[in-house]
Write a protein that binds this ligand. Sequence first.
Ligand code: PMP
Length: 352
Amino acid sequence: MSWEANVRKVTPYVAGEQPKGQGVIKLNTNESPYPPAPGVARVLREYDAAMLRKYPDSETEPLRSELAAYYGVEREQVFVGVGSDDVLAMAFLTFFNHPSLPVLFPDITYSFYDVWAELFRIPYQVQALDEQFHIKEEDYRKPNGGVIIPNPNAPTGELAPVSMFERILRANPDVVVIVDEAYIDFGGESCLKLIDQYENLLVVRTFSKSRALAGIRIGYAFGSKKLIRYLQDAKYSFNSYTMNSITLTAGVEAVRDDSYFREITDKVIATRERSKKELAALGFSFTDSKSNFIFAAHEKYRAKELFDALRAHHIYVRHWDKPRIENYLRISIGTDAEMNTLFAFLKEYIGA
Ligand code: PMP
């Protein structure tokens, strides 16, 4: 018997590459191409390091109240974590606790869901999207131990209507339904309005994309007070002080500066819509993304070939060697200048 027999073995999530060096065009991890709100830089500059002597607020204040006020909910309906990955991991641990019934999520989706399910020994069953990469809502009407769906979905960028989630919620009163809204700020309609009506709905969001703060690690969630209480209880049983005080202070500034938030999300949306036209002219087809990326396949060129050619020219996009999506590239929306470099390269490579 080796000690290794007792090890919890996991196949970890593989994040997008973080290439070092200058001159790289990084369109592979859905980060914002713009800096965070100017107030964030100011509070970081002015932060009194002497404050770090003390533990941070275990209730994640002042960020929790700021988010509650901004979104018009009560603070007891808000949970804050270290990126939405932390919030989602905690939610899997807390809510997906059925001994045998599987948690349901799409076959093409955020590739961390099955990793958490494996890590926590949660049974799960993937539900195939249809040929157009739409969610088949009837798949979420069978007995299950919970449901998680991103909206817009990733990496497809497909937005499902709130009415679909309402029907899924009505069909699933006995389990927790999680809507992962990592990309909702780029033109989607949120399920947030449903939290007072459905006690079992958790809506998860992040500062990593639309608030341009992937590096600081802030995720948050909305739900009924009861649901959020359960999540807090699990968090306090794991690590009471997940959010550091610098992050809690800086995050507040990102929420307060609403006009900057709107400005950068509008810019990403405008560049995305222009990019759709450019990519279509180059022979790509794609879903009608409502996120900060486009999931595109070319009519003649294999995705892997394009991925390698782009990478050799220091343009990084994302490619998965997985069934059904191996011929797609996920291209994050960069600045207009970055996208122009991408289109110019593709034009030359493809000869369009
Ligand atoms: N959900 C989805 C659907 C994502 O694509 C991502 C980004 N990788 C996350 C959650 C996690 O983002 P973060 O931990 O940076 O908030």
